[in-house]
Design a protein around this ligand. Structure first.
Ligand code: F3S
Length: 393
């Protein structure tokens, strides 16, 4: 693998043991995937931030590192809101450990912006090379923004933050971003009025078929929130890090893409709308949780409109980034008045608070997929309107 002078200096140990080891991680990864060189990244998102997922072993590893991030780097959601953790039912021992993890990341120069939607607060441009690790953020960055990132693990993303580079392989290379298969619906007209929940259900079904390939959807016209829901769910049931939607997503319109890819030569999978409808159910639930991935401004506003003047009769959790919460206090106040709670920095999957709920309704195909295995709860998928109805009736 081609290394430049600064890489050689880091490898010599001149810039400390941590940076030497981090560069070794990137080089080892590059060798596995036949990368020819390391390329600069413009930002990094580091997963492995919740004490629930990394535990004491992860904390100990982080505390042993000694270097500072050299590019903008931020965190995935942690196991609790940084301010109202006791209100959410988090115990003091967990909170103390979570604080230690945050302190360790802060010492490494990682911003304590804990969200899976960093793209709402960070400028990401078409063609930017990134090293992001949360699967829905990766799918959004690649597919909706046209940036380029592999789905990094926590350690490789942290290594990229401390070195400022990533090995050039996989989705950093344009030819690997071309579609592998086509996906259509047996009744495309049914999708006309679909919201994020239906797109999440489509992603839930499609992800199982697609695996880690790059799908190209035809016959759909999703907006950004629906694309977010689709990608998040496909990344959960499959390992989809990039998808295209005909005439909608940015790379599906560039000349390179049009010249290099023929719809007629690809395998086509037709998904039955009845299979998507079957993901929805009407089981009784103890609580409702929305904001997986963290809500956009439009989604927060839509939820505030639905909850205005109503009272929830079940626990209702709403997850957003801290920036979104700060910027839209009026919407948060409307939601709070209904008895629902808006929390930042965390989510229903990475927080231990969800584990005690038994059954949870969500409008997210990704949460629907993860809640049983990660939290041991029975999930129900419904539209945001149904979530509000079930919580308030
Ligand atoms: Fe984000 Fe948590 Fe869902 S990290 S994508 S809200 S599982």
């Amino acid at each position: 693998m081609e290394l430049d002078r600064s890489d050689e200096e880091i490898l010599s140990g001149e810039f400390g043991e941590t940076r030497r080891v981090m560069l070794e991680i990137l080089i080892a990864l590059g060798k596995i995937y036949d990368a020819e060189r390391l390329i600069p990244v413009s930002s990094v998102q580091v997963s492995g931030a919740s004490y629930k997922t990394i535990g004491d072993a992860g904390l100990e590893w982080l505390e042993g590192l000694d270097a500072r991030a050299v590019v903008p780097a931020f965190l995935n959601p942690i196991g609790m809101p940084r301010e109202q953790w006791s209100e959410m039912g988090i115990d003091g021992v967990f909170a103390g450990k979570q604080e230690e993890i945050l302190n360790a990341y802060q010492r490494l120069g990682i911003r304590l912006t804990c969200t899976c939607t960093p793209y709402y607060h960070q400028i990401v441009q078409y063609g930017d090379h990134l090293a992001w690790s949360e699967s829905s953020a990766v799918a959004y960055a690649n597919s909706v923004l046209g940036a380029r990132t592999n789905r990094e693990g926590g350690p490789s993303a942290l290594a990229s933050a401390l070195i400022g580079k990533t090995p050039e392989y996989g989705l950093h290379i344009m030819k690997n971003r071309l579609p592998d298969l086509i996906i259509t619906l047996d009744d495309p007209a049914a999708a006309k009025d679909w919201g994020p929940a239906e797109y999440g259900a489509l992603g839930f079904v499609a992800g199982k078929e697609v695996g880690n390939r790059v799908p190209f959807f035809r016959g759909l016209r999703p907006n950004r929130d629906r694309l977010k829901a689709l990608g998040a769910a496909m990344a959960a049931t499959g390992a989809v890090a990039l998808f295209h939607v005909e005439d909608i997503t940015p790379e599906a319109r560039v000349p390179f893409f049009r010249k290099s890819f023929s719809v007629d030569e690809k395998e086509t999978i037709e998904i039955a709308v009845s299979d998507i409808n079957a993901v929805f159910s009407d089981i009784e639930v103890n609580a409702v949780a929305v904001g997986c991935p963290h809500l956009s401004e439009d989604e927060l506003r839509g939820l505030a409109d639905l909850l205005a003047g109503k009272k929830v009769k079940k626990p209702f959790f709403v997850f957003v980034s801290q920036e979104m919460l700060n910027e839209h206090r009026d919407l948060v106040t409307t939601i709070d008045r209904s008895g629902a709670h808006v929390y930042a920095d965390t989510c229903m999957v990475v927080s231990p608070a969800t584990d005690k709920l038994g059954s949870v309704m969500t409008n997210s195909g990704k949460a629907f997929s993860y809640l049983p295995a990660m939290c041991g709860v029975l999930p129900r998928l419904g539209t945001i309107q149904d979530c509000v109805r079930v919580a308030t009736e």
